[in-house]
Design a protein around this ligand. Structure first.
Ligand SMILES: [Ca+2]
Ligand SMILES: [Ca+2]
Length: 435
């Protein structure tokens, strides 16, 4: 199935490329050498066409810059679209700034931009087309504004360097195989605007250790989380009424045959699709009935010198009980009792809190606060004052305690020493960033 899908994608690509090449000939009706020139107009390194509404679509980038800012206007006309294949195979490209006049990023727009490292999708964009970032194997970070409502099929397939991504709460559908082969993706929070998770959406995300399915989701597609080898359990809210074949708890061999994991826990509610899936596939089912009293926590990321979204926080509870999180807050659906809850996010030092829930309520109010790696004094900024703090700790003038110790431990090993200062310095002179 996986292969046949790929094949179809490949055939479609070839067909589209042919279509692009042929169209100008038919339209212009020209002959001879004229045939070799496109009817697209050019502006600097861009080819473009004027759309029916008088706005501009970028159809091709022919430059070889590593860093580009796409213009918002060309010849006085607003650029609204990045067309199919526009930046295909731009292997020199490392960073792109998309102007906030663009509403559509079309199919294969950044296909095979293998050196593209980061991209920000502005809050004018409403859709990310199929295979838009397919095989951008160096893409480490992507910021998607909360104007985007749909993420196309295969949109981020083979983005193997992507460690985290924030899906804004404007997105209602995640396309088929959208994050397939995102092998570095460690956590993802699906916002509570999403109603369906497409077939194979997170297929082969081998680093994915935790996943939160919000209560807005009603269907989880075929193989949606198949071959997520690090995923040991999943919590399914009772809003989910349909779960596709081998959606989770299975892995592939090299021939893409599927095998059932020996140990996989499904947390869910009795009498729902989750229980049926667990029984049908002989997985351990842990009922969550009686835990419907949700407790909401507001999570704060202490990072004034870095743009971070609390939507990206990943939450784990000892025993793997039900947790849903979105938009900087976590909703815990836990039975009465004491729990250790760990909050983590890329660039931040994970933090564990002990909470007690009684009669469906927290016994003490809790606002989890995470500090950046290196922020020893916890003021949201990593600078030379943190080095001073660390030095004063090392000479025992002002010892750091608790969470501050972890924040100062920039290399993440077992001790605080001068190597942590070296790491901090290298971060501050932009030699080796901590995040
Ligand atoms: Ca600081
Ligand atoms: Ca250390």
């Amino acid at each position: 199935m996986n292969f046949s899908k790929k094949l179809i994608a490949g055939v479609t690509s070839a067909f589209l490329m042919l279509g692009t090449a042929v169209a100008p000939i038919g339209e212009s009706g020209a002959f001879g050498s004229v045939l070799l020139t496109s009817n697209a107009e050019t502006y600097s390194d861009y080819e473009y066409q004027v759309l029916e509404d008088g706005t501009v679509e970028i159809t091709k980038y022919s430059g070889s810059d590593s860093e580009i800012a796409i213009p918002s206007k060309i010849d006085g006309k607003t650029v609204t679209s990045i067309g199919d294949w526009a930046f295909e195979d731009c292997t020199k490209l490392e960073s792109v700034t998309i102007p906030n006049s663009v509403t559509n990023i079309d199919r294969y727009a950044f296909y095979y931009c293998i050196n593209l490292k980061s991209i920000t999708i502005p809050n004018s964009v409403t859709s990310i087309g199929d295979s838009a970032f397919y095989y951008c194997t160096n893409l480490e970070s992507i910021t998607i504004a909360n104007s985007v409502t749909s993420i196309g099929d295969w949109a981020f397939d083979y983005c193997t360097s992507l460690e985290s991504i924030t899906i804004p709460n404007s997105v209602t559908s995640i396309g088929e195989y959208a994050f397939n082969h995102c092998t570095s993706l460690e956590s993802i929070n699906i916002p509570n605007s999403v109603t369906s998770i497409g077939e194979g959406a997170f297929d082969q995300c081998s680093s994915l250790a935790s996943i939160t399915i919000p209560k807005s989701v009603t269907s989880i597609g075929y193989r949606a989380f198949c071959d997520c080898t690090n995923l040991k359990s999943i919590t399914i809210p009772n809003s989910v009424t349909s779960i596709g074949d081998k959606a989770f708890g299975y892995y592939y061999n090299t021939d893409y045959d599927t095998f059932r994991k020996y140990s996989f826990n499904i947390y869910g509610y009795t009498g729902t699709a989750a229980e049926k899936y667990a029984k049908d596939n002989e997985f351990n089912f842990i009922p969550l009935d009686g835990t419907e009293n949700a407790v909401t926590l507001n999570i704060e990321l202490n990072a004034s010198d870095k743009t971070m979204s609390a939507e990206n926080v990943s939450i784990s509870v000892d025993g793997g009980k039900a947790v849903t999180a979105s938009n900087g807050s976590a909703e815990l659906s836990l039975a009465d009792g004491a729990y250790e809850i760990t909050f983590s996010a890329h660039g931040f030092v994970p933090r564990t809190y002990t909470v007690e829930i009684k009669d469906g309520k927290l016994t003490e109010e809790l606002t989890p606060e995470l500090n950046l790696i290196g922020d020893a004094d916890g003021n949201g900024v990593v600078n030379t004052l943190d080095i001073v703090k660390l030095k004063r700790h090392l000479i025992k003038v002002e010892p750091l305690t608790g969470y501050a110790l972890d924040c100062a431990n920039t290399d993440g090993n077992d001790t605080l020493n001068t190597l942590d200062i070296v790491k901090l310095k290298r971060h501050l002179i932009n030699v080796e960033k901590l995040w």
